[in-house]
Design a protein around this ligand. Structure first.
Ligand code: NOJ
Ligand code: CA
Length: 672
């Protein structure tokens, strides 16, 4: 038994049961972050400091329920403390071993209404932030309650800028971020990242969102951000029965943008895996019958240019086998795509293929070549239709050797119809339940899920590791459609916003960014080096090589990086970064000694000097550098790429010379 385990057991065996004081405080293990809880004038407050300086001024806490008035909190009745320092291993991930070092404070609060008579709030304090959640444990078993307000407030002290987009928009989380004075926030999705003029970075989000609505944050124009929960059709926020615990409300607090990106609080606040055997869950890379539809070269629906034919799929399988890809995604294989499929989502079959797609022949062919077919379930938000077929569908896929399914919910948020014909938001409690239900059914059939138009990630992959990846932001597909396509700053904003939630299936690797368009806002706004860097910068256990196959065969120089880059890591470090300006990330391949680096800039050309002190000391590496070529520019010359090799050690620095909208990708191949 290690010293750390002994210390943990000692801490857990003797929780300090303090006589409740009027104000209860606790500090993170390294005494960096402190929280204090108190009641005043009938309200319950928490206050957060970093290094002795108040970061979050006293903010409200607690929930309100239908059928009773807003509670007045009269005091703290008990306080309990604990500490824990453990490490755990991810079956796959951005970092294999994760340390969970936190202290804990649970405060019991008394209120003057029946449901708020007594509830607990538990804080977990880490040196890089905190999480807290409410436990309404006194509600009798079987009693139905309806949450009508979440009184949680976040009150950052000082002047902050924020990166955000308006919540409850019809395109869910697929919006460009804007940077404004944080006080201009009306209603924002989380993760909501802010930077103080003095440099402090905060990000507000939640962890372990289970059977509860997503939290949004509403600004009041004066720097207070209050929780708003995505409601049911009848305006109720959450429907619960008996005692319950809310998701964790999380605050990352860092001196740099990189500190936010390297925090593991999100995962640490989720429960350990519920799946005893995770050996069947495989990270990997895939190609697919996908971009050709977005470029309108083939169709999802049946007809003369149907994309999902046996013949076309075999072409992709051959390519995958030749170049070492694990999977081939095929969209439009199943009946239901003809006509207005978004309006007719209840017509989708998830078991019947179009006649020109022979699922048995295809999966036999793929198996013989060591490649897997990746399933696709576009639901168009017709959730009852999908749920009715879910078990049969997963059973079929399992029987033919499909072990990964991409799901999709293309429908305007707020118009998803439940079984009662009620209109639901894309991430209210109804869809939160549905997303997890799909993952649970899939797990029973040893199938992993990659959800598009998903409920935002809150670290549930720790508990259900078959929740491999998801979309939940503007991905590459917008670079096919416009208007506008993603500007260069998009991919230097999301590493510090969307990606703080978890992996994203961005589908990088489009080399022909122009794809025949003339207007900048109707084609990809990046260089080839940028597209390569995305594989490292944007963490996902599954990454697509999204472009048309012929575009890879035309650029073997650049394609080599996609072939070499892994999607499973021993460790990850954000080395440099400013939200919306640039980012440099290094990751060490899991089960190997090689390192990979990705760097991106916005529309500004940028030269960064990067120390290589993350490499193993005393070892030599061949740096295989893919950088913007002479005169590269996302506007005028996106395809210019220089590939060069040099021997480096941990004592060296590397100049990253990035073009406007450019980037750099490097493999450090160990030599000795
Ligand atoms: C939206 C998804 O994000 C995209 O990847 C997919 O091709 C379409 N829906 C069709 O399902
Ligand atoms: Ca999408």
């Amino acid at each position: 038994m290690s010293f750390r385990t002994l210390a943990l057991l000692a801490a857990l065996a003797s929780p300090v049961l303090a006589q409740a004081a009027e104000r209860e405080c606790a500090q993170s293990p390294g005494k960096v972050i402190e929280v204090c809880v108190f009641t005043k004038d009938g309200q319950a407050f928490y206050e957060v400091s970093k290094g002795g300086k108040v970061v979050l001024a006293p903010g409200g806490m607690g929930l309100s329920f239908a059928g009773e008035a807003q509670a007045r909190y009269t005091g703290i009745t008990a306080a309990k403390r604990a500490a824990s320092d453990t490490s755990w291993e991810q079956p796959w991930g951005e970092q294999r071993i994760i340390r969970d070092n936190h202290s804990e404070l649970t405060v019991s609060l008394a209120g003057d209404t029946p449901l708020n008579k007594s509830f607990d709030v538990t804080f977990r304090l880490f040196d890089d932030g905190l999480g807290f959640r409410y436990a309404y444990t006194a509600i009798p078993a079987g009693q139905a309650v309806a949450v009508t307000d979440d009184r949680t407030e976040f009150k950052p002290v000082g002047a902050y800028d924020a990166w955000w987009y308006e919540a409850l928009g019809q395109e869910r989380d697929e919006y460009l971020y804007k940077q404004t004075d944080a006080r201009r926030i009306t209603l924002a999705e989380t993760p909501l990242t802010m930077r103080e003029k003095g440099g402090l970075h905060l990000s507000f989000h939640e962890a372990a969102l289970i059977d509860f609505p997503s939290m949004l944050l509403a600004g009041n124009g004066a720097g207070t951000y209050k929780a708003k929960l995505m409601p049911w059709a009848d305006g109720t926020l959450a429907k619960k029965t008996g005692a319950f615990t809310t998701p964790w409300r999380t605050v990352l607090i860092g001196d740099t943008a990189g500190a936010l990106a390297d925090s593991r609080i999100e995962l640490n606040l989720n429960e350990p895996s519920k799946l005893a055997d995770t050996s069947w869950i495989k990270p990997g890379k895939y190609v697919g019958v996908w971009w050709e539809m977005h470029l309108q070269k083939s169709t999802w629906g049946s007809g003369p240019i149907h994309g999902a034919t046996t013949e076309n799929t075999k072409r992709y399988i051959d390519f995958a086998a030749k170049y070492g890809f694990d999977g081939v995604l095929v969209e439009g294989w199943n009946k239901g795509w003809d006509g207005d499929w978004i309006a007719n989502g209840d017509k989708f079959s998830f078991t019947q293929a179009y006649p020109d797609f022979d699922i048995k022949a295809i999966t036999d062919y793929a198996r013989a070549k060591g490649v897997k077919l990746i399933g696709h379930n576009e639901t168009a938000g017709a959730v009852p239709n999908y749920e009715a077929q879910l078990e049969d569908a997963m059973k079929l896929y399992e029987s033919v050797g499909v072990s990964q399914v991409k799901t999709g919910y293309v429908r305007h948020s707020g118009t998803i119809l439940d079984q009662d014909g009620q209109r639901q938001w894309f991430a209210g409690q109804y869809m939160v339940r549905h997303n997890l239900h799909v993952a649970e059914v899939a797990a029973r059939h040893r199938i992993s899920i990659d959800a598009h138009e998903p409920v935002k990630d809150t670290g549930l992959r720790r508990t259900w590791p078959n929740m491999l990846s998801r979309e939940g932001a503007r991905g590459q597909e917008f670079n096919a459609w416009g208007d506008p396509t993603n500007p260069p700053e998009h991919t230097v904003i999301i590493p510090f916003t969307r990606m703080l939630a978890g992996p994203m299936d961005f589908t990088p690797g489009v080399f022909d960014v122009v794809h025949g368009k003339t207007e900048l806002t109707r084609r990809g706004q990046s260089t080839i080096a940028t597209q390569l860097a995305l594989y490292v910068v944007l963490y996902s256990p599954i990454h697509m090589a999204a472009d048309l196959l012929e575009n890879y065969e035309a650029r073997p120089d650049a394609f080599q990086f996609i072939r070499d880059v892994p999607t499973d890591w021993e460790t990850s470090k954000t080395l440099q970064g400013q939200v919306g300006d640039y980012v440099v990330v290094a990751r060490q391949q899991r089960g190997a000694k090689d390192w990979f680096l990705g760097a991106l800039t916005d529309e500004q050309p940028r030269k960064l000097s990067q120390k290589l002190d993350f490499l193993a000391p005393g070892k030599r590496y061949e740096a295989q550098i893919y950088r913007d070529g002479p005169w590269a520019d996302f506007r005028t010359n996106p395809a210019a790429l220089t590939v060069e090799k040099k021997v480096v050690t941990a004592k060296d620095s590397l100049d990253l010379d990035m073009a406007p909208g450019g980037g750099a990708a490097v493999r450090f191949k160990i030599l000795d």
